[in-house]
Design a protein around this ligand. Structure first.
Ligand SMILES: *[C@@H]1O[C@H](CO)[C@@H](O)[C@H](O)[C@H]1NC(C)=O
Ligand SMILES: *[C@@H]1O[C@H](CO)[C@@H](O)[C@H](O)[C@H]1NC(C)=O
Ligand SMILES: *[C@@H]1O[C@H](CO)[C@@H](O)[C@H](O)[C@H]1NC(C)=O
Length: 211
């Protein structure tokens, strides 16, 4: 796991030069953080398992701004590749891979620990999970633009990714519960922040430098 964190950091430094060339789209291969605008928590995971439900790796919302455990890489749906730099269309199915542990943002019919909504976990080994890792990007225009408020709809169960407002005690004091909810309202919107966005034309040029 230390090695994975390290290679993740290498990845970040490799692409940090691209950060300056702004693209207005969120693209495949980009590494982003997802912010809940009302509560200012960032989607987060870490090597802490749920003590109930699936017992899988937990997903939380953290109010710490700088934390390598809040980085997520945008991937195509399971068993499909999405070319690095390809802009994500509204309505497209994606997966979000947690950079530090390689696990995928996942949901399924387990009950969440605090609010008894649907559990959201981090799943899979070595980046291989299952169809429960697929999420549809819900946004209004043709593409997911960086400033957009987007929702993520879980393909298998139709639930929307949200923070319940409940907070955990030890060992993850103060972090918020992340769940799947049935109805999309304004509370289910996320914004991509502090990302390393891969620009389409830059990616073709730098292909040889890839890991
Ligand atoms: C993805 O591919 C693997 C290996 O071919 C297969 O076992 C699995 O069922 C596929 N999953 C989906 C959701 O298509
Ligand atoms: C996104 O949501 C925030 C908070 O709910 C709101 O203030 C902002 O105007 C929204 N932005 C867009 C582009 O809809
Ligand atoms: C943001 O946090 C508020 C308060 O906890 C919650 O009601 C809302 O559902 C959250 N939104 C998302 C997208 O998590």
């Amino acid at each position: 796991m230390l090695f994975q964190v390290f290679s993740g950091l290498m990845f970040l430094s490799l692409f940090s030069s691209i950060q300056g060339r702004s693209t207005k789209y969120v693209t495949c291969g980009s590494v982003i953080k997802l912010l809940n605008l009302s509560y200012k928590v960032r989607l987060h995971s870490h090597d802490v398992k749920y003590g109930s439900g699936s017992g899988q790796q937990s997903i939380t919302g953290t109010d710490v701004k700088e934390d390598v455990n809040s980085h997520w890489t945008i991937k195509g749906p399971i068993n499909k590749t999405c070319t690095r730099g390809e802009p994500v269309k509204c309505g497209m199915t994606i997966r979000l891979q947690h950079l530090a542990t390689s696990r995928l943002l996942h949901s399924h019919h387990f009950v969440s620990p605090l609010s008894s909504n649907q559990e959201v976990s981090a799943f899979g080994e070595g980046g291989i999970g299952d169809s429960g890792d697929n999420w549809i990007v819900v946004c209004e225009d043709e593409f997911w633009e960086r400033d957009d408020n987007v929702s993520l709809k879980h393909v298998d169960t139709g639930m929307f990714l949200a923070s319940s407002g409940h907070t955990y005690g030890r060992p993850i004091n103060g972090q918020m519960e992340i769940v799947g909810i049935r109805r999309k309202d304004s509370s289910a919107s996320w914004q991509a922040v502090e990302g390393l966005y891969i620009h389409p034309s830059v990616m073709t040029k730098t292909k040889h430098d890839e890991l």
